[in-house]
Write a protein that binds this ligand. Structure first.
Ligand SMILES: Nc1ncnc2c1ncn2[C@@H]1O[C@H](COP(=O)(O)OP(=O)(O)O)[C@@H](O)[C@H]1O
Ligand SMILES: [Mg+2]
Length: 325
């Protein structure tokens, strides 16, 4: 089974869609067969992948889900039913493979406007989980762009997710969103499903800003929330603020086509490698990083050094401080 990662936080504007679209491209570049499930209004992730979108037509995920709306509560459609449903809708969309991907692939279950309504009609919250399971032979890793708001679509997404990656911008309200997400995960665990926070990723970082220091302090002080600790899950790297990311969905091309400075995407490269390792795809994680992606001198934001006033370090020093694996 592919590991299914939900990129989620109960607060909008934290970088979920930017994270999913950038990680999806990187996972494919590293050779992983990657599935993206875009459940976040208004389809920012789907829009961000425009340059590699095929011309062929496809149906809507909402109508695919609706064909199973009477599927009984709690039950998971088996692979045969799920595959038939996907085939009928010509889903998932197979994005145009790039020569640099060397075996990597990108599949998308795209956003559409009726997804929220479709989820509300479902009797079983496990229909999407069944769809993803049916795609397992063709997929190594799956990324779900989560809705920010609670509701049926969120429930459906949670039922399909193994681990949550939580992106968070350095601002006070984001911490409330993070705590709310941990409480939500605890409720899901109470219902008997294994789901946990995989990592907390700080996004939109201005390395010298006071707000970054404040938010790292607050994370360290937050302690345990429902058996999970934000501090323990805080990833050592972070995502730099950059103008490209503000407009990613408008450009619809990868970040490395809009900027020459590796430090602007370095956080996502380290995140993609972390993800591949976490998903058990060790060999992919170590095989693809070349001087076109990062060099030993690339500047990395080190969240463990923020309070020591040493936020930016060179990759070679970062890797000495945080050996992978
Ligand atoms: N690293 C970044 N630097 C600058 N702006 C960013 C960055 N990441 C996201 N943004 C911007 O922040 C806003 C929210 O990001 P988005 O990925 O759409 O968040 P979400 O999906 O959680 O709502 C968008 O305007 C996006 O362009
Ligand atoms: Mg979004």
């Amino acid at each position: 089974m592919p590991k299914v990662y939900g990129v989620a936080i109960r607060k909008g504007g934290q970088g979920k869609s930017t994270t999913v679209s950038t990680l999806a491209r990187l996972c494919a570049l590293y050779g992983a067969r990657t599935l993206v499930v875009d459940l976040a209004q208004p389809g920012t992730t789907t829009a961000s992948l425009r340059d590699i979108w095929p011309e062929s037509t496809h149906g809507e995920l909402s109508s695919a889900l609706l064909t199973l709306h009477e599927f009984p509560a709690g039950a998971t459609p088996d692979d045969e039913i799920a595959n038939a449903m996907l085939e009928q809708s010509a889903l998932p969309v197979h994005l145009l493979s790039q020569p640099s991907w060397s075996g990597g692939e990108l599949w998308v279950l795209p956003w559409d406007d009726l997804l929220g309504e479709a989820a509300a009609f479902l009797q079983s919250e496990r229909v999407l989980a069944g769809l993803i399971h049916a795609l397992a032979p063709a997929v190594d890793i799956a990324l779900i762009d989560f809705p920010s708001e609670g509701g049926a679509l969120m429930t459906t997404a949670l039922a399909a997710t193994d681990r949550v990656i939580m992106p968070m911008a350095p601002e006070a309200p984001a911490l409330e969103g993070a705590a709310a997400t941990l409480r939500l995960l605890a409720r899901v665990r109470e219902s008997g499903r294994q789901i946990e926070l995989g990592g907390l990723l700080i996004t939109r970082v201005e390395p010298r800003s006071k707000r970054l220091v404040e938010v790292v302090q607050a994370i360290k002080q937050a302690g345990e929330v429902e058996g999970e600790s934000l501090e323990r899950k805080l990833l050592p790297f972070a995502i730099r603020s950059h103008e490209y990311f503000e407009q990613a969905f408008r450009y619809g091309v990868p970040v490395w086509e809009r900027t020459d400075n590796m430090r602007d995407w370095a956080g996502y490269v380290l995140m993609a490698e972390w993800l591949l390792r976490d998903a058990g795809l060790e060999s992919l994680a170590t095989s693809r990083r070349g001087p076109a992606l990062l060099t030993p001198e690339t500047r990395i934001i080190d969240t463990s050094a923020v309070l020591l006033n040493d936020t930016e370090v060179m990759l070679r020093d970062f890797e000495r401080a945080h050996p992978a694996g």
